[in-house]
Design a protein around this ligand. Sequence first.
Ligand SMILES: *Cc1c(COP(=O)(O)O)cnc(C)c1O
Length: 424
Amino acid sequence: MRKETKCIQAGYTPGNGDPRMIPIIQSTTFRYDSSEAMGKLFDLEAEGYFYTRLQNPTNDMVAAKIAALEGGTAAMLTSSGQAASFFAVFNIAGEGDHVISSSTIYGGTFNLFNVTMRRMGVDFTFVDPDCSAEELEAAFRPNTKAVFGETIANPALIVLDIEKFADAAHAHGVPLIIDNTFATPINCRPFEWGADIVTHSTTKYMDGHDTSVGGCIVDSGNFDWMAHKEKFPGLCTPDESYHGITYAEKFGKEGAFITKCTAQLMRDLGAIQAPMNAFFLNLGLESLDVRMKRHVENAQKVAEFLEKNEKVAWVNYPGLPGNRYYDRAKKYMPEGTCGVISFGIRGGRAAAEEFMKHLNVAIIATHVADAHTCILHPANSTHKQLTDEELTAGGVGPDLIRLSVGIENADDIIDDLAQALAEV
Ligand SMILES: *Cc1c(COP(=O)(O)O)cnc(C)c1O
């Protein structure tokens, strides 16, 4: 199936007389004929469900659709994008381990790594995504367990050179984890460029309608854990907390990562997505391809308008021919990047605030990447907890305005921006 068809049909094939839509299995528990039958599930000897804190059929059908879109072998939903980022890293890096991350990642992920996961004993080195291969090489340590980056950084809109990061990671026997939230598998499939694990905040384009917070982790099935046994004891040696199972042996390259993540982390931390939210997510996925095309088309028009406006000091959108990442975006995302633009207006921080007061179509919201056009001044909201140095390192200056172009009529969005700019 092609991606447009996968959006509609992957993950669930109704049998004779079955519901056409992925059903919402709103049940915490599942019934079995005998304790023995249930025991097989606990031993991971049989497939099935016993408690929705670990796994739920609705979630799994929706996760399977996302796995199909990404070209992966296994996937799981989480309650948020934050949970997906945390689980994906913590599944292979614990106390005493080290992870390399691009410095220009989503602010929430940066805090998760730099504050909360450091407290858990995981060390991080943040590298400039445009660093040379030598600089990237120098960041590795004997205890490095993973490399992390974002396809298109939120909100800096830096397009990652996925191949460069994948090559470096593989030369050191560790996987590359890519947060593909902004591009979605419609516009970029990181596995085709060497990434091993993909994460998503499904809250953004995938849900697409401001309804449900959620996340997803997808495994490419390509990383050979057993070939790097000494680095990944959690996958390659028996899990005493799970009846002595060795995940990489029992579930192979294709299934070990997600099975361990479900059996251990979901069991212990319970950050499961509600089946109802997975249902909403599936509705979003059905129109994802159509919506992404409109997002890209609208954002291109808006970026071109902004670039020509004299009150605008700078515009950052990878679809503009003058953009630093134009060529790289064409390579990794030939059909377009996303609907998010960042720009600054003359007069800096104060002018940004004045401008935003006059908007009517674009609403001020701590959100991006959905059907409704929305706008945010990160230095004054989402990134408020970061120091000026961290802001600059993350590619988010104090004057930066993040505009998430929706799927309304592009001319209405442009008219709204034009009248608000006239007020500044
Ligand atoms: C929003 C976002 C996250 C976090 O996702 P939540 O669903 O809000 O927890 C992670 N990565 C990126 C790129 C995001 O935009």
